[in-house]
Design a protein around this ligand. Structure first.
Ligand code: PRT
Ligand code: ZN
Length: 290
């Protein structure tokens, strides 16, 4: 693809696949306005110097490495497989999956060592090769581009190495997981040179994107409590800074507002109730600029 530079940041995203919807949603929520309908190749952002290129996910790491794109959003599994020289700028928290080794349910194979001398079918030959090397297992890697899960029943291979999410595909094909090779999620990757060249726009881009990512991981919590509980409540709240404390019309009562990470949310709620908090209100946060 021809390189072009028009003072805009160029980001490659998946054109049509599992990551597309959440990628477009993340960019739009971060305030970037662009059209994504139809089979377009690229779109120009209306309110920010940003070009969005719609690509096959397999091409994104290399396009970023070769600075056809400055940035890209793609699965970690694809980045590792393509062995492209790119920087990981941000983990995006969606597109979660694992690359696993799997064998027929009744194959009797229990340990990876037992794959010595066996055939393993995969679309991830590089990832698999590195894994086998680390485990000191020598197998024949059979590269296939799709429908990996049917290769054992076709007698093409004794095991497979493929992306697993819920595990339904493995189960319906009579396979079970033998070992995990890689954990993956969608990544924002970048080309170091072009990021340095476009540092100003990049910083503005990242501030918007991170504002949305951080906000997604937190909740804004408001509660009432007796004044006497304030110290206990302050210790429980893992907030960014000290909580906002407001007086209430009812004497000896206060309102406390704070930000609570999603990860520890329920644990914190239980402890707050125990400490005397009541009328707890929880709202999502749209943006958070740190
Ligand atoms: O056309 P293009 O080349 O752009 O897309 P693609 O067909 O190569 O990739 P796509 O859209 O299927 O997946 C894009 C990315 O989504 C992958 O590279 C992963 O990072 C991520 N991802 C997350 C997944 C899955 N979950 C997933 N479940 N990719 C593939 N799968 C497959 C899995 O291999 C299985 O065959 O989906 C099937 C269902 O999985 P189970 O375990 O839920 O049954
Ligand atoms: Zn692909």
């Amino acid at each position: 693809m021809k390189k072009f530079n028009n003072g805009r940041l160029k980001i490659g995203i998946q054109k049509n696949g599992r990551l597309t919807e959440q990628t477009i949603d993340l960019l739009k929520r971060s305030g970037f306005e662009f059209d994504a309908y139809g089979r377009r190749l690229f779109s120009t952002c209306r309110n920010f110097p940003l070009e969005i290129l719609f690509l096959r996910d397999d091409d994104i790491p290399e396009y970023v490495q070769d600075s056809v794109c400055d940035l890209g959003i793609v699965g970690e599994n694809v980045v590792k497989e393509k062995m492209a020289k790119v920087e990981v700028v941000e983990k995006l928290g969606f597109g979660m999956c694992r690359i696993c080794l799997a064998v027929p349910r009744n194959s009797g194979i229990e340990k990876i060592k037992e794959l010595n001398g066996k055939r393993i079918a995969t679309s991830y030959p590089n990832v698999l090769e590195q894994f086998l090397e680390k485990k000191r297992v020598i197998s024949e890697i059979v590269e296939v581009s799709g429908a990996v899960e049917i290769t054992p029943s076709l007698q093409v291979a004794e095991a497979i190495c493929d992306v697993v999410s819920t595990g339904t595909t493995l189960r319906t094909n009579g396979l079970r997981v033998l070992d995990e090779v890689l954990e993956s999620e969608a990544l924002l990757i970048g080309n170091l040179k072009s990021m340095n060249k476009q540092q100003k726009i990049l910083e503005r881009f990242l501030m918007r994107l991170r504002g949305t990512l951080v906000a997604r991981k937190n909740r804004y919590v408001m509660m009432n409590a007796p004044k006497s509980s304030l110290e206990k409540i302050r210790k429980i709240l893992p907030g960014l800074s000290s909580p906002t404390v407001l007086p209430l019309a009812e004497q000896d009562m206060i309102a406390v507002h704070s930000v609570v990470p999603e990860q520890v949310f329920w644990e914190v709620m239980e402890r707050l109730k125990e400490a005397g908090a009541s009328g707890i209100l929880v709202t999502p946060i749209e943006k958070m600029i740190l």
